[in-house]
Design a protein around this ligand. Structure first.
Ligand code: GLC
Length: 461
């Protein structure tokens, strides 16, 4: 299991840094159009410029909240617990029978996300376990049939929208509960080193056609019954031996459906359609700090890294490897400095609350964002001619022509800058107090100001 997680991360990493042979086939022409590698025309066939325009709210936002919530919050030992411990449906049934999030108050969640400075949210509507958080017509395996007794998605969507956040759904392609979903190498009932013949025997009588239709019906529900949905996050493909890829999901069909029902929707890259123009909107490197803006086909890509506070996505009671507030801030700043977005995950408890550690981190981030978010929203990498001074990270707002110097390690009293001649005026961002400079240095007070990562806002000439 750990091996398969590692190989998944390696695959994703590979996809980010080294475009596959397939991807090379799709060439973008000079006028920014792309010739599709595969004959596949999407309803929203668009140029690169049109795509960037469609996604502008998202690139401006830079910071969103991921929420992994499902039955796995009860065992509280990873959202892959069914797979890891090879649990059967019967073993897993107790979680369904006892799921009772009596403290669920999505207005509180939305408030916390907003106060942390997040601009959008993506919630697991169904994770790999197959449990549905809404009142789907196509299954009994849903929240309304548990002691929860309610459509959790409905309340969630209303609450986040009311706070002004954009709303997205994560939808798992894997399904470890649906009777027609064939057992594969990532399934709880997998066979170690199983041959294709062994899997065929095991899967006799299962019909993936039924499951494919089930996914379409559910995606239709999610993208029809809850108003405007801004993002859909399909997860994930693992083509190859005893795996599943685009043909198993009918990825093209799912994507066309999503784009038809919600024109403008932003789609992740896990449908196994990387080599198709229009087959994805964002690269999604997971748990990674990238050293530069990831590229695709030799061009910079729109990208979002998703990250956990600790190791797992679902609530994990005994996990202690929580990132600190300064680490998380650095992650956010670093991501924006490389032109990306950060989707930071919370795994609520089975009572329906954010764990105290998550609340603590969100509050810390929010405190910093309140004073410094100008260096995040609508910002991107600094133009090439601005070299980051030692132990700093730079972001830049092209609309205001302001440069932001993030003091990751606070300097003793001054900072050598190679671009002093371009500075018109400089101030600390958190309190708007002047920062003096000459031809070589920016002079900082000896005492570090009371903000986790001080930022110098530079008005460029
Ligand atoms: C992986 C995992 C999953 C998690 C997701 C978040 O694909 O399977 O548990 O939801 O990453 O990016």
């Amino acid at each position: 299991m750990l091996k398969s997680r590692i190989s998944l991360i390696v695959i994703l990493l590979g996809l980010v840094v080294a475009p596959s042979a397939n991807a090379q086939k799709s060439k973008r022409t000079k006028d920014n159009n792309t010739e599709p590698a595969v004959e596949f025309s999407l309803p929203s066939h668009e140029t690169m410029d049109q795509k960037l325009e469609r996604m502008r709210w998202w690139t401006d936002a830079r910071f969103g909240m991921f929420i992994h919530w499902g039955l796995y919050s009860m065992p509280a030992r990873h959202e892959w617990v069914k797979n890891r411990e090879r649990l059967t449906d019967a073993d897993y049934q107790k979680y369904f029978d006892h799921f009772d999030p009596d403290l669920f108050n999505p207005k509180e969640w939305a408030r916390m996300a907003k106060e942390a400075g997040m601009k959008y949210v993506v919630l697991t509507s169904k994770h790999h376990e197959g449990f549905c958080m809404w009142d789907s017509k196509y299954t009994d395996y849903k929240s309304t049939n548990t002691p929860a007794g309610r459509d959790l998605i409905r309340e969630f969507v209303d609450a986040f929208r009311a706070e002004g956040l954009k709303v997205g759904f994560y939808y798992s392609l894997l399904d470890w509960h649906h009777p027609d979903y064939t057992i594969d190498r990532n399934h709880p009932q997998r066979i170690d080193n199983g041959t294709k013949e062994q899997y065929d025997a095991l899967n006799k009588g299962k019909d993936m056609n039924v499951y494919r239709q089930y996914m379409k019906d559910q995606v239709t529900e999610l993208l029809t019954n809850y108003g405007k949905i801004d993002i859909i996050w399909f997860d994930f493909s693992f083509p190859g031996e005893n795996g599943k890829g685009r043909d198993d999901w009918d990825s093209e069909g799912l994507l066309k459906l999503a784009r038809t029902l919600q024109p403008g929707i932003i789609v992740d890259d896990r449908l196994d359609l990387k080599d198709v123009w229009g087959g994805w909107d964002i690269l999604t490197p997971e748990q990674l700090k990238v050293s530069e803006c990831p590229t695709w086909n030799g061009e910079k890509a729109t990208w979002e890294t998703c990250q956990t506070f600790s190791g797992s996505w679902g609530y994990y009671r005994d996990e202690t490897t929580w990132k600190s507030i300064p680490q998380l801030l650095e992650l956010l700043i670093e991501t924006v400095s490389k032109e990306g977005n950060l989707l930071l995950n919370v795994g609520p408890t089975s009572r329906g609350e954010f764990d105290y550690r998550a609340q603590d981190r969100l509050e810390g981030i929010g405190k910093w964002m309140r004073a410094n978010s100008r260096s995040i929203y609508c910002c991107t990498a600094a133009p090439k001619e601005f070299e980051a001074p030692e132990r700093t990270l730079l972001t830049y707002n092209p609309a205001t022509n302001r440069l932001y110097i993030h003091l990751i390690d606070y300097p003793l009293s001054r900072l050598a800058v190679s671009f002093a001649d371009k500075i018109g005026y400089a101030q600390f961002l958190h309190d708007g107090s002047e920062i003096r400079f000459d031809k070589e240095f920016i002079y900082t007070p000896v005492v570090k100001p009371d903000t986790e990562v001080p930022v110098i806002e530079v008005f460029l000439k």
